[in-house]
Write a protein that binds this ligand. Structure first.
Ligand SMILES: C[C@H](O)[C@H](O)[C@H]1CNC2=NC(N)=NC(=O)C2=N1
Length: 98
């Protein structure tokens, strides 16, 4: 997966498949409430494994059972295909936990 910045048209098209995600400047953001604090930590753990495998890492804010993920490719200074790949993996981790 490329670390090349996507064009505005590519970003708009890719966001169409990610209804839970919002574009926040040069990043993608999703906030999700899980069933409990342990569930939130399990999701974070699953996402950590995926992120390591991808060598692409989200910013994660944990507040009791609410998680906020912020995705951006720091080396590219914006959004790349990796951010969208990771967003789909995070959606799957949240679905699996619920
Ligand atoms: C060397 C390694 O590929 C880089 O440091 C990776 C690691 N994870 C990363 N994660 C994110 N979100 N952006 C990056 O630019 C980035 N760079």
């Amino acid at each position: 997966m490329s670390r090349t910045r996507l064009t505005e048209d590519q970003i708009t098209a890719a966001l169409a498949d990610l209804p839970h995600w919002t574009r926040t400047g040069e990043a993608l953001t999703r906030t999700a409430e899980t069933a409990s604090f342990p569930t939130a930590i399990k999701v974070v753990d699953a996402v950590a494994e995926q992120a390591e495998a991808l060598d692409h890492h989200p910013d994660i804010d944990i507040r009791w059972r609410t998680l906020t993920f912020v995705l951006s490719t720091h080396s590219a200074g914006g959004l790349t295909g990796l951010d969208f790949t990771l967003a789909h993996l995070i959606d799957q981790a949240l679905d699996t936990a619920s």
